[in-house]
Design a protein around this ligand. Structure first.
Ligand code: ADP
Ligand code: GN1
Ligand code: MG
Length: 355
């Protein structure tokens, strides 16, 4: 089905004009679509949910409805509420998605206009805003009962499981790539125990459960092009109970790296300690609920979430690039190497990161 035919099944008034793919994310297929409506041109985001990643798309959409309605209720007096939270557009059958002939699940959100998702932060002020936006997100959801949410990807940040997946990919080695990644595997295996600290701390009840986003990479946050402030967190597919350190860690991983996530020139990869500290300052100014155990692991969360991504990218490289969208051969290996270079940089600067 074309985007145009799919969009007819959603409750969008007006006439379809055009659609264009957005390739910023690694998981879903995203299209920006425009319509002519009585008030003028209006844009929407049409997304196909990745079924290899999300086995129960209905549960993903139920979670997203619950979370966005919860946030919107709290923002009801805010004149900018429409730009500060995603809003699910129902299908003509009243569902939060449409299923195509091949069983593909599609959803639509209004496009948040005059907003920008960055791959890199310009300065520490933006880093502070990024951190505080995630703190506000945790606060907004702190009153929602986590039991009402489904676990959309079970054991998503379970490092022990991620290492077992890496070992399974090493055993299968379907593309014969294992021989070329001995150094990377050695590096990650040496750090296996350290990597499990967040998941195990959560399982043992040392780290409290919150409703967390679980994918707080920088380009999952929209900044207002006019004010420069953060508007809202998008990509809510993995919102579920977790430790807030999953979110602080992924912010630090994606926004303190001086290079892109897939940079091939590893000389360019470093951890910007100014941005790192600013993210944590912004986060802690909002997240006043943090316990001592959480606080003591804030800086470490950046290293651990970088490690989990190194393990996941390397596993996908060995498995034959089945999970993340790739744009070039070896893309997942480049990503894994870049994460490893960032871990090295963070480890070298550890005392500075702890502030
Ligand atoms: P993925 O799961 O593949 O990462 P995302 O939901 O993050 O998909 O969307 C991919 C990109 O599409 C985002 O990085 C952002 O640039 C853009 N995008 C998604 N939703 C919106 C929206 N409601 N308004 C504006 N841009 C959006
Ligand atoms: C994926 O969907 P996207 O591109 O925002 C992945 C995250 C990784 C990230 C690495 C559901 O995020 O876990 O951290 O790639 N999302 C899922 O860039 O696996
Ligand atoms: Mg995304």
């Amino acid at each position: 089905m074309t985007p145009e035919t799919l969009l007819e099944k959603f409750t969008i008034p007006g006439t379809f004009l055009a659609s264009k793919a957005n390739t910023q994310g690694h998981i879903n297929s995203t299209f920006v679509c425009s319509f002519l409506e009585s008030g003028g041109r209006k844009r929407y985001i049409l997304q196909k949910i990745n079924r290899l990643v999300f086995h129960h798309p209905e549960e993903v959409m139920e979670n997203i409805l619950l979370v966005t309605n919860w946030i919107r209720r709290q923002l009801k007096d805010d004149p900018e509420a429409d730009r500060k939270s995603l809003c699910v557009i129902p299908s003509r059958e009243g569902k939060p998605y449409v299923v195509d002939e091949e069983g593909g699940y599609w959803r639509v959100y209004p496009f948040i206009e005059r907003s920008k998702a960055y791959e890199k932060l310009a300065d520490a002020r933006k880093a502070y805003q990024f951190g505080s936006a995630v703190g506000r997100f945790h606060n907004l959801l702190s009153t929602l009962d986590g039991h009402r949410l489904s676990e959309t990807i079970p054991h998503f940040h379970d490092m022990g499981m991620r290492y077992r997946q890496l070992e399974a990919a090493m055993r299968r080695d379907p593309k014969g790539r294992l021989a070329t990644v001995g150094d990377e595997i050695g590096f990650l295996m040496e750090r296996r125990r350290r990597g499990c600290v967040l998941w195990d701390g959560m399982e043992q009840g040392v780290l409290p459960l919150h409703i967390t986003h679980n994918d707080t990479k920088l380009d999952n946050v929209l900044f207002d092009e006019d004010s420069g402030e953060v508007l809202c967190l998008i990509d809510l597919d993995t919102v579920m109970p977790g430790t807030v350190l999953f979110d602080t860690g992924d912010m630090l991983r994606t926004a303190s790296n001086t290079a892109e996530e897939d940079e091939r020139d590893l000389e360019k990869v470093d951890c910007d300690t100014g941005l790192f500290q600013a993210i944590l300052a912004g986060y802690q100014d909002e997240a006043t609920f943090l316990t001592g155990s959480e606080r003591s692991l804030l800086a470490e969360s950046g290293i651990i979430m970088t490690q989990i991504m190194a393990v996941r990218f390397l596993s996908d490289y060995l498995a034959g690039d089945v999970y993340y969208h790739i744009d070039r051969p070896g893309h997942n290996l480049d990503r894994a190497r870049c994460q490893i270079a960032l871990i090295r940089a963070m480890e070298a600067k550890r005392s500075l990161l702890h502030g």
